[in-house]
Design a protein around this ligand. Structure first.
Ligand code: NAD
Ligand code: UDP
Length: 312
């Protein structure tokens, strides 16, 4: 069994990852500053002897003895990462430098949770890993997009310059239990609005598309990437290629919740990508991975989770 550090481990994806790694018997250290994550997400793990929770900010150095690092620390929803954009950029860039430095000192394998946002508002569709993207460097999404791009650059420079054992995944829109109910992302917004009988807020005309991956599928892909063959660095896309317009998503959520909510239109935020869908051939070839959970099924599980949250 391994000693594994998960930064951002108390967040949505991190909490599912910690659970998987703890249940497998690894010694797991969850590091988080609780900006968007919460102790509640990992409270079921606190009883395990092989789980530890540390309040720490990745923009500061830390020394730990570990074999693997999953670097997830970074707010992921647009309202959260735009709340303090300078801090978001620091978290991505200084967090990457600190975690890469740690990996170098203790010879740990390190995985970066990068994002489909490195493709920006893509002109190539679907997006393969070879596509270099169309990113605005000075817009309201840039602190996140460019921060994540710089983090990828740092990972590959540490790989080339110091021979670090790196793994880079590009995560496409992922959803599921443990998302923050006020996170601001589309799936959690629509489900919470539908369950409360509030208006469903579609930004723009709702024709923009996203591809939604259920969190369990993502965790399996992340795990396979971390444990993939020596020398396979990625970047590798992880996401579900099923592509839906935001309007279609709104209609599905209304149907699955049986809600009487109405759809209303709100202004489209600037630089909102018009389309997004992962090409996942590389993940299939290298990791023998593909997602299995269909949107209706994953939404059903997520609705069950939010019903409890909303009623609590
Ligand atoms: P999240 O906001 O739920 O989790 C992020 C976690 O990082 C939170 O627990 C937060 O408190 C913590 N954090 C933020 N800044 C920190 C700092 N400076 N120091 C320590 N901890 C800090 O988001 P998530 O959806 O779980 O995303 C996890 C990772 O996956 C992020 O890096 C995100 O960019 C990436 N990602 C997620 C998606 C998605 O659809 N969920 C898509 C692409 C990439
Ligand atoms: N969106 C929306 N209503 C909401 C929240 C989001 O229509 O209440 C749209 C948003 O404009 C974007 C898509 O849904 O086109 C996905 O938004 P999210 O913030 O979940 O992720 P991202 O834009 O980073 O993919």
């Amino acid at each position: 069994m391994k000693r594994i550090l998960v930064t951002g481990g108390a967040g949505f994806i991190g909490s599912h990852l910690c659970k998987r790694l703890v249940e497998e018997g690894n010694e797991v250290i969850c590091l988080d500053n609780f900006f968007t994550g919460s102790k509640k997400n990992v409270k079921n793990l606190l009883d395990y002897d092989n789980f530890e929770l540390i309040r720490h900010d990745v923009t500061k150095e830390i020394n730990l003895e570990i074999d693997q690092i999953y670097n997830l620390a970074c707010p992921a929803s647009p309202p959260h990462y735009q709340y303090n954009p300078i801090k978001t950029a620091k978290t991505s860039v200084m967090g990457a430098i600190n975690m890469l430095g740690l990996a170098k000192r203790v010879h740990a394998r390190i995985l970066q949770a990068s994002t489909s946002e490195v493709y920006g508002d893509p002109e190539v569709h679907p997006q393969p890993e070879s596509y270099r993207g169309c990113v605005n460097p000075i817009g309201i999404r840039s602190c996140y997009d460019e921060g994540k791009r710089m983090a990828e650059t740092l990972f590959f420079d540490y790989y080339r310059q110091h021979g670090l054992d790196i793994k880079v995944i590009r995560i496409f829109n992922t959803y599921g239990p443990n998302m923050h109910p006020e996170d601001g992302r589309v799936v959690s917004n629509f489900i919470v609005q539908a369950l409360k009988g509030e208006d469903i807020t579609v930004y723009g005309d709702g024709s923009q598309t996203r591809s939604f991956c259920y969190v369990d599928d993502l965790i399996e892909g992340m795990y396979r990437m971390m444990n993939s063959r020596d020398g396979f660095t990625g970047p590798v896309n992880l996401g579900n290629p099923g592509e839906y317009t935001i309007l279609e998503l709104a209609e599905k959520v209304i149907k699955l919740t049986g809600s009487k909510s109405e759809i209303i239109r709100m202004p489209l935020p600037s630089d909102d990508p018009a389309q997004r869908r992962p090409a996942i051939d590389l993940a299939g070839k290298e990791l023998n991975w593909k997602p299995h959970i269909m949107l209706e099924d994953g939404l059903g599980r997520t609705i069950d989770y939010f019903r409890e949250v909303v009623e609590a």
